[in-house]
Write a protein that binds this ligand. Structure first.
Ligand SMILES: Cc1ncc(COP(=O)(O)O)c(C=O)c1O
Length: 432
């Protein structure tokens, strides 16, 4: 339990030290991010609100880019922009020296709007449209035999990485596990030589290497090393079988962050990159593409508590002014988070409550059981930590609720980088 007064910096905080942004502090009981008081931010910008520690984001990107810069020719760190597809972060990641990994034309537009040139863009996806196949990018991650047929038929000029499904069983939940054999992504290892031969036979395609991504929330370096031990010899085999020297190996993303204090220790993207490169052959370029681990911890969500309902003898429901529309992860795959009260960030957790959203859906549960300081009350601001990735990115307008705005905070300055939608914005799309 922390003191009630004065300033406590993130690395001294006994509460939230793993899940709150790097540039967080508690001042007079208020949670401060990037020098901005979160209670003030809620008042000024309204809630729900996504708040980012801009310097924290930038430092993560820079550390990762520096680690990747130590790799052999062709090595590259990419930011998987799907995690948080804002122009501002694409610009920060690119400014730090990272390329941008995109999963659609829309994500490419975000990166292009951030000034990222084609030479720093990579596009992947299991069912690309013709426009996506033709998009100007430095590498196209080719996913299937059908896609190979399309590239051939359309005579598309591209430099390709062939995505293989390495059959490793990693990841926390079936919905976010992408590396197994029973997956929509990539060709099985047993078909990779065939697929590579087909690609090599297309005059307009240059096959540069292989791509593999095993899953999400890989906590340690060991899961990544397992992929290295599998894929480096496999790439050599495919090179030999095709007669084409493949010089690039993209080992995907999936680097974990801590969502709660109970999560296992987390290896940062820079630490994983350093370890992998320590065991890496000098003639191969290494590509890594984390999303969550660059953006996730830097962001928190702010909501205002509205209704507090006591079900006698059963539980207390605390309802916030958002829910599954601004963070689908808890209902979608049971994701767990850590919660704070913005104005009582140093108060001890005393009361178990169920946090729910405002959507017309009983499954709109933010946390089945969360611990909060005593008597959370209407009007108080609830902070959900580590919501920087896959929240705004996956936001919906369910119940015609406008999407929240995004604010970047640095050195006490708050800048709105995505404005809040309003109901008129939503009506504009309806043709009457
Ligand atoms: C091919 C690929 N690369 C990178 C990522 C980013 O993953 P994460 O945000 O978990 O690092 C994903 C996400 O699923 C992916 O499918």
């Amino acid at each position: 339990v922390l003191l009630n007064h004065g300033r406590i910096d993130a690395d001294e905080m006994s509460i939230g030290s793993r899940v709150l942004p790097a540039h967080s502090s508690i001042e007079d009981g208020h949670l401060v991010i990037g020098g901005c008081d979160t209670v003030e931010l809620a008042r000024r910008f309204g809630t729900p609100l996504y708040v980012y520690d801009e310097a924290g984001l930038q430092e993560q990107c820079e550390a990762f880019a520096r680690a990747m810069a130590g790799g052999p020719a062709g090595s590259r760190g990419l930011y998987a922009v799907k995690a948080f597809p804002a122009v501002t972060i694409a610009a920060i990641a690119h400014g730090a020296g990272l390329g941008i990994l995109c999963a659609s034309l829309g994500e490419l537009r975000v990166a292009q709007a951030a000034g990222v040139p084609a030479s720093d863009l990579v596009l992947h996806g299991n069912n690309k449209s013709e426009d996506e196949l033709r998009a100007p990018v430095s590498r196209l991650v080719v996913d299937s035999f059908d896609e190979i047929d399309r590239l051939d038929r359309l005579g598309i000029e591209t430099t390709a990485l062939l995505r293989v499904a390495p059959g490793l069983d990693a990841g926390a939940h079936e919905f976010i596990r992408t590396g197994g054999v029973d997956t929509k992504f990539g060709v099985g290892m047993g078909q990779a030589v065939d697929a590579a031969n087909r690609l090599v036979s297309i005059p307009t395609v240059r096959l540069a290497g292989l791509h593999a991504h095993v899953g999400s929330q890989l906590f340690g370096v060991e899961e990544h090393m397992e992929l290295v031990r599998l894929m480096v010899p496999f790439l050599r085999e495919v090179s030999e079988a095709t007669g084409v020297e493949l010089r690039e190996l993209d080992l995907g993303g999936g680097f974990a962050i801590a969502y709660t204090e109970h999560d296992p220790p987390v290896a940062s993207p820079a630490a994983v990159a350093g370890e992998v490169l320590g065991h890496w052959p000098s003639d191969l370029g290494l590509i890594l593409e984390p999303g969550r681990a660059l953006a996730g911890r830097a962001g928190v969500s702010l909501h205002t508590i509205g209704t507090v309902k006591e079900v006698p003898g059963i539980r207390t429901y605390v309802a916030i002014d958002g829910g599954m529309s601004d963070n689908i992860r808890p209902p979608l795959y049971g994701a767990r988070y850590s919660f704070f009260l913005a104005g009582r960030a140093d108060a001890p957790d005393e009361q178990a409550v169920r946090i729910v959203g405002k959507h017309c859906e009983s499954g709109d549960i933010v946390a089945p059981e969360a611990l909060l300081p005593a008597a959370p009350s209407p009007g108080e601001v609830l902070v959900t930590a580590a919501t920087g990735a896959y929240t705004w990115a996956m936001a919906s307008n369910y119940n015609q609720i406008p999407r929240a705005s995004v604010v970047f905070c640095r050195d006490g300055r708050a800048t709105e980088v995505v404005r809040r939608e309003n109901t008129e914005d939503l009506l504009k799309l309806q043709v009457r």
